[in-house]
Ligand binder design. Structure first.
Ligand code: PEP
Ligand code: MG
Length: 324
């Protein structure tokens, strides 16, 4: 099997009926790029930029960040790299940026909420990203967007920094897509509104499931509620994809579920465009997708969304339809 997957390294991701999709890698630092390339990644769908902050003893400077983003873009050689702005808080801490003690850190001061409050930190990151954009195909996304106003505020700050750099004569890419993580149920419910502003959605199932099920993603006592195939989750996913497509935008997924052989057939049927996962899963998923027919998967997805009652129903449906 490994040998068969190896042959797909330089192949595109195409289904049995000839439709193309993108299989991409999730990375934490530019050091992960060679493994992404080696596993045939067609893009980086999620660069978790918070690792730059976590691996540093103090706030990383604009230049340090610029170098890291530039290295990732150059390493991917023109393929798209989606950098997520700092997603600190929740379970991710910085020694040099003490956060308030909170009863519910996952529901608290984190990600874009910090960035909109600490604009000094956010603007530094955006400047580093904009400067790096000249060296490859950069896209930027904001984590933990819950409302239209959060997205608009973040985008406005981005536009200000972009204009300042252009006025100063700094080379900046002409086109940088600016999108958002879809990982809060309230945002998924108004995906049609958000799709007017965001250039793309990237569905973060790890958090989307945690928040939809009200079950801490790291708490083993409630881990049975981690149900990626539950029709409640699939309906939010479908809503997100449909809303993006209606506005001519694309939708990807960068949570664990995007590299899951049971989830992927359903996602194909729902029309998800980009599948971003740990690099080591890419060839396995590409191989699976080559055996699937999108029209067949659409039927499975329709059943999963409308008829299935439980997570298990969907697992059984997919296993039967795909001989897994
Ligand atoms: C997610 O929430 O699914 C996601 C991809 O982001 P993270 O796991 O970094 O929170
Ligand atoms: Mg998340």
């Amino acid at each position: 099997q490994k040998a068969e997957w190896e042959k797909l390294k330089n192949e595109k991701t195409i289904t049995k009926d000839g439709k193309s999709f993108i299989t991409a890698a999730n990375i934490g630092t530019p050091n992960d790029v060679p493994a992404a390339v080696d596993n045939g990644a067609e893009a980086v769908g999620l660069f978790r930029s918070e690792f730059l902050y976590m691996d540093s003893a103090e706030l990383p400077t604009e230049d340090e960040q610029f170098k890291a983003y530039k290295a990732a873009l150059e390493g991917m050689n023109g393929k798209q790299v989606v950098v997520r702005t700092m997603d600190i808080g929740g379970d991710k801490h910085l020694s040099y940026l003490p956060l308030p003690e909170e009863m519910n850190p996952f529901l608290g001061y984190r990600a874009i909420r910090i960035s909109l409050d600490r604009q000094d930190i956010f603007r530094t990151q955006l400047r580093a990203l904009l400067r790096a954009s000249h060296y490859g195909n950069l896209a930027i996304m904001f984590p933990m967007i819950a409302t239209v106003n959060e997205f608009k505020q973040a985008k406005a700050i981005y536009e200000e920094e972009r204009q300042k750099l252009i006025d100063a004569g700094t080379p900046v890419a002409d086109k940088i897509e600016v999108g958002m993580m879809m990982e809060i149920p309230a945002a998924a419910v108004i995906a049609d509104k958000l799709a007017k502003y965001a250039d793309f959605f990237s569905i973060g199932t790890n958090d989307l499931i945690q928040y939809s099920m009200a079950a801490d993603r790291g708490n083993e006592h409630v881990s049975y509620l981690y149900q990626p195939y539950n029709p409640s989750i699939l309906r939010l996913v479908k809503r997100t994809i449909d809303a993006a497509h209606k506005e001519g935008k694309w939708a990807g997924m960068c949570g664990e579920a995007a590299g899951d052989p049971i989830m992927v057939p359903v996602l194909l049927g729902l029309g998800l465009d980009e599948y971003s996962m740990s690099a080591t899963s890419i060839l396995k998923i590409r191989s699976l997708m080559r055996r699937l027919d999108t029209a067949d998967m659409k039927k499975i997805a329709d059943q999963a969304v409308t008829e299935a009652e439980t997570n298990e129903d969907v697992i059984n449906l997919v296993k039967k339809a795909t001989n897994q």
